[in-house]
Design a protein around this ligand. Structure first.
Ligand SMILES: NC(=O)c1ccc[n+]([C@@H]2O[C@H](COP(=O)([O-])OP(=O)(O)OC[C@H]3O[C@@H](n4cnc5c(N)ncnc54)[C@H](O)[C@@H]3O)[C@@H](O)[C@H]2O)c1
Length: 254
């Protein structure tokens, strides 16, 4: 399948690791110039080095995704250096509370709303005007299969944040559907992320309950998530906007 992305530009917020790094690499292999934005400079620079070693073009900017001015600077870099913005991914997110809602601290709730939801708000807010200047584009946000209709009892605050991502995605998609802008989100479930791995290192049975509800009974891999990002960026998904595409081993099938 040809993606026809040669010469376009992308901004990946959270491109220093996980699915963000892989998505950055996949885009660059299609001839896309990539701005890698991440809070972790070492990891972000490593993504750039991997891309350049493979013959692609990329640069890094340090971004704390909860700061609006950082997102503005990242978008500006993409336009100044690569002449526009066509694809953007807002991937940053975290779950600080694996408990029911009665025990979530106000501090953790606020932090999660900032990291998961405010980051996507700033992303969409500043990426869309740049894409309009570039003649159109596609944004893909990181939601969660739990942002659809699955809510787990021990992920109350996390699901709330990710429902927010879905709402931001849908409202932006509808507002700009006739202006050449598409906005979608991807919803993994039990993706073997760096964050999840940390919990598994402490307790190998940490994810047993979650996996028990996944019909495929296995972790979702980064490549399965990043390839969905690529499809949603591409013209093959040209009529898809405002959607949550779950990559969840069948969790949301019933
Ligand atoms: N693991 C799962 O089962 C699962 C399920 C659904 C959704 N998710 C979502 O997936 C995302 C994580 O994906 P991943 O594993 O590909 O990524 P990751 O957590 O491995 O890495 C994401 C990148 O974001 C960067 N980052 C963290 N905070 C940042 C900030 N404030 N500003 C800028 N960059 C920041 C990190 O340095 C890292 O490079 C999160 O949004 C999470 O909520 C995970």
């Amino acid at each position: 399948m040809e993606y026809n992305m040669q010469g376009k530009s992308a901004l990946i917020i959270g491109g220093g690791g996980g699915s963000g790094r892989l998505t950055s690499l996949m885009l660059s292999q299609e001839g896309v110039n990539v701005v890698v934005g991440d809070i972790n400079e070492e990891d972000g620079q490593e993504t750039v080095a991997i891309i350049k070693e493979a013959g692609g073009e990329a640069c890094f900017i340090r971004v704390n995704a909860v700061n609006e001015e950082d997102i503005i600077a990242a978008v500006k870099l993409c336009e100044d250096k690569y002449g526009g913005l066509h694809y953007a991914a807002n991937i940053v997110g975290t779950n600080l509370d694996w408990s029911d809602i009665t025990t979530v601290s106000a501090e953790n709730f606020d932090k999660m709303m900032q990291i998961c939801t405010r980051s996507v708000f700033f992303g969409i807010k500043h990426q869309i005007p740049a894409m309009l200047r570039s003649g159109g584009g596609s944004i893909v946000n990181m939601a969660c299969a739990g942002a659809g209709r699955i809510v787990k009892p021990f992920q109350g605050s996390y699901s709330t944040c990710k429902f927010g991502v879905l709402a931001l995605t849908k409202t932006a998609a509808l507002a700009f559907a006739d202006k050449g802008i598409r906005v979608n989100c991807v919803g993994p479930q039990v993706m073997l992320s760096t964050n999840l791995q940390k919990y598994l290192d402490k307790d190998p049975h940490f994810a047993d309950n979650m996996l028990a509800e996944v019909p495929m009974n296995r972790f979702i891999e980064y490549r399965e998530v990043s390839s969905t990002y690529m499809f949603l960026f591409s013209e093959w998904a040209g009529a898809i906007t405002g959607m949550l595409v779950n990559v969840d081993g069948g969790d949301s099938a019933d």
